[in-house]
Design a protein around this ligand. Structure first.
Ligand SMILES: [Zn+2]
Length: 286
């Protein structure tokens, strides 16, 4: 099976990357089941990269139906150390226009009942998540965007809501009052699981609409989201090609030790089956 060091998770509108040299398409079975689709292992700028469409090809999974654990585990199992995720988002701020890119530095979890950890089931662990996204990877993304001449907002807070219906206006206004910049439905638990699996993770958000808070704008609809994503697809592809070779150059990072001291269960009490599952993503510890 081909290996890859960089993972790209494509969101709505980004189901494949045109113009790349595909090495192999691999189906990965993880202890948590199958990911949303097969992984496309391709070479981008001389770097082996694994691409996974988060919602599956043809967009078959709602955000709450995605097997996030299998997605992250599958990437880890083919050797991925750094994940650059893409996501379509609504803008909660006037200055974040549709078609702008946003690199959030914080996230607020408004999802409900999603499985958000590889741990549990007899092995308890808690990882740090104060800074949800990888700093060095974010720096690389910002410099790649600047080189491509793309507008990128940084330092914003992302709201990850449950969905699948879009926000009510009261919710949209509430999130604005919290100072949040963008809203989506799929960064969590993805980012938390990547942290537990000790992978660097950053999300590039593509603004498609003004959610529903802006009274003089047409409210968000799937039609509007898809139209703007298609307009932005070429920019997203250019950004990916600029990010990957740079990301491959990042050295060891604190993300890569996130679970080292996270386990609190006494080793002699570990559930053996759970330890075996965890071995597939964290072989150094389990
Ligand atoms: Zn990192």
């Amino acid at each position: 099976m081909a290996k890859a060091s960089i993972g790209i998770i494509g969101g709505s509108g980004l189901y494949r990357i045109e113009g790349i040299k595909v090495i192999e398409e691999v189906t990965v079975k993880t202890p948590w089941g199958y990911p949303s689709d097969s992984l496309v292992i391709a070479e981008i700028g001389g770097v082996s990269t694994a691409f996974l469409p988060r919602h599956g090809k043809g967009h078959v999974f709602l955000p709450h139906e995605i097997n996030y654990r299998a997605n992250i585990a599958a990437l880890k199992m083919v050797g991925v150390e750094k994940i650059v995720a893409f996501s379509a988002v609504g803008s909660l701020k006037e200055e974040i226009h549709p078609l702008d890119f946003v690199l959030p530095s914080q996230v607020i979890d408004r999802t409900r009942g999603r499985v958000s950890s590889f741990f549990g089931g007899g092995i308890a662990a808690h990882v740090g998540f104060a800074d949800p996204f990888c700093g060095p990877l974010g720096g690389i993304i910002a410099s790649a965007a600047a080189e491509e001449g793309l507008k990128l907002h940084t330092g914003e807070t992302l709201i990850c809501m449950e969905g699948p219906a879009f926000s009510s206006r009261a919710e949209s206004m509430l999130y604005r009052s919290w100072g949040a910049g963008v809203i989506n439905m799929s960064t969590l638990p993805e980012a938390k699981l990547a942290r537990e699996a000790e992978m660097c993770y950053s999300v590039v958000c593509m603004s498609t609409d003004y959610d529903c808070w802006k009274v003089d704008e047409e409210h968000v609809s799937v039609e509007m989201v898809v139209a703007n994503l298609n307009k932005n697809a070429a920019n997203a592809r250019a950004l990916i090609k600029a990010i990957v070779p740079r990301a491959a150059g990042i050295g060891h990072c604190s993300c890569n030790e996130a679970s080292r001291y996270a386990v609190i269960t006494a080793k002699e009490r570990w559930d053996k089956k759970q330890a075996k599952r965890l071995h597939s993503i964290l072989p150094e510890y389990f």
